[in-house]
Design a protein. Sequence first.
Length: 270
Amino acid sequence: MSYSCASTEAVCSSQDASNSSKSSTAGLNPSSTGGGSGNGNSSSCANQAQSNPNPNRRVPAMKVKKGCNSTETGLIPATTEEDLLRNAIITPEDVLGLQKITENYLCAPSENVYSIDFTRFKIRDLETGTVLFEITKPPALERGQGDKKDFDPNAGRFVRYQFTPAFLRLRQVGATVEFTVGEKPINNFRMIERHYFREQLLKSFDFEFGFCIPSSKNTCEHIYEFPPLSDEIMHEMILYPYETQSDSFYFVDNKLVMHNKADYSYSGAP
């Protein structure tokens, strides 16, 4: 079973960044929220150059790709993780053909040659404005103080979320992410995010960030509108924490450059 998700174009807007953190996770992974099934999404984004010689330059609005429901991609052949790991280049069509959550990362951290760094992530209930989750990545200087012998190359690629059962009944959730890019311009920056409960696809989202200028700091909010889940599925998702999982794939010019993972519990105390 899968759920459809219609989409609209994004509108650029300025946003204030908060430095507070409400989670102690192993790293920062800007995956969207689990649970629920999206029938719509939109996004707003702001882009600020850190060393932009033309500060008055208009930054293109982020566009959300149409047709993000996996059932609309029926012509895409099914793929397996084993097949993709043998490919030199992994494309969006490759991951859209996956039938279940991946067990491994499909690309190495070294594939991120654009120095894309996610620095802040926040989830909020749009109806009440309540912040449900927030994490900010420590400054680079602070992160570099650890023992290099204990450095984990996959640190920051996985997040474990803990929510209450009430989260599954939310109708609109906003996910704000801040990220910086290095000295290379980024063309056709795209994210495909697929959520599963066990081996059942709950939803598949497809966002196009477009062009990111070099040495810039970017803020985007994805807004997900969730139709209700059946009581049976919600009961199972609550009963079996962390069996709801997601893969977030990031592409530049149709080549996979980053892969993040997350899992979710909805059994927390109210």
